[in-house]
Design a protein around this ligand. Structure first.
Ligand SMILES: NC(=O)c1ccc[n+]([C@@H]2O[C@H](COP(=O)([O-])OP(=O)(O)OC[C@H]3O[C@@H](n4cnc5c(N)ncnc54)[C@H](OP(=O)(O)O)[C@@H]3O)[C@@H](O)[C@H]2O)c1
Length: 245
């Protein structure tokens, strides 16, 4: 039980990678709030306090909504140890045709949403013995793929934000790290992993020759959330099967 007695929030925890991370945390003894704009599609998540995995609404683009999520979680469970800023979206398209609205959607959700989540989490996770903040990047933060301008820019910003906040908090009992998945057969990566034309182009760049599984990403998140990573700080952990680009 690597997270016994702990409480976590996973934004975007209602589906995709976030839900896999939430399930993995719960299996290790953690109570997890899966926060997103909508409840999960399966209708399995009860409200706060009613189960090890619960749902609470949040829009990570809205500072008041993010603050309310942190406050409600702390008031319900009496502690908050781990916050995973996972909520994200992608709007692919060449920069010259990408609308300002699409660009703004991606930056508001991925970059601003991560900033708002990290900022709001700090006063809670540093209480009660300290804690962990984990952000989500992508292999595309540091590799060039046509059509990924907004997404790649948002993820590069998240990596920079993570490093800076880790240093700013280094004297306090909080670590801030970033998880950077490659191509995963889950969530927004599923379409790519199952699209033959795309896969024939990108698949060859993965040394292990296959897409990642959600449980492999969740295992890396568990490492960053638990005691085993106590001396890991400001790090971007790539989990991508050996991606050479
Ligand atoms: N899957 C991959 O291959 C892959 C690879 C690299 C990085 N990543 C990163 O991993 C993270 C999760 O990706 P995924 O593939 O699991 O995506 P996904 O299946 O599309 O799930 C995205 C989650 O984010 C939530 N969300 C979106 N906008 C939100 C908002 N404004 N406020 C609150 N929640 C919001 C969604 O719920 P609602 O829409 O109901 O709000 C949903 O729960 C993202 O940061 C993504 O960039 C994924």
């Amino acid at each position: 039980m690597r997270l016994a007695g702990k409480v976590a929030i996973v934004t975007g925890g209602t589906k995709g990678l976030g839900h896999s991370v939430a399930q993995a945390f719960a299996k290790e003894g953690c109570r997890v709030v899966c926060a997103a704009r909508r409840p999960d599609e399966r209708g399995e998540l009860p409200p706060l306090g009613a189960g090890d995995l619960a749902h609470h609404p949040v829009d990570v683009r809205d500072p008041g909504s993010v603050d309310a999520l942190m406050r409600a979680t702390y008031e319900t469970y009496g502690r908050l140890d781990v916050v995973v800023a996972n909520a994200g979206l992608s709007r692919p398209g060449p920069a010259e045709r990408l609308t300002p609205e699409d660009w703004s959607d991606v930056i508001a959700t991925n970059l601003n949403g991560t900033f708002l989540t990290v900022r709001s989490a700090i006063p809670y996770v540093e209480r009660d013995g300290g804690g962990r903040i984990i952000t989500l990047s992508s292999a595309l933060a540091t590799r060039v793929a046509r059509g990924s301008s907004a997404y790649a820019a948002s993820k590069a910003g998240i990596e920079a934000l993570t490093r800076v906040v880790a240093v700013e908090l280094a004297g306090r009992p909080v670590t801030v790290n970033c998880l950077s998945p490659g191509f995963v057969d889950e969530g927004m990566g599923r379409e790519l992993a199952r699209n033959e034309a795309l896969w024939s182009y990108y698949g060859g760049k993965i040394a292990q020759g296959r897409a990642g599984r959600a449980d492999e990403i969740a295992e890396a998140a568990l490492f960053l959330a638990g005691d085993a990573s106590s001396y890991v700080n400001g790090h971007v952990l790539e989990v991508n099967g050996g991606l050479s680009w």
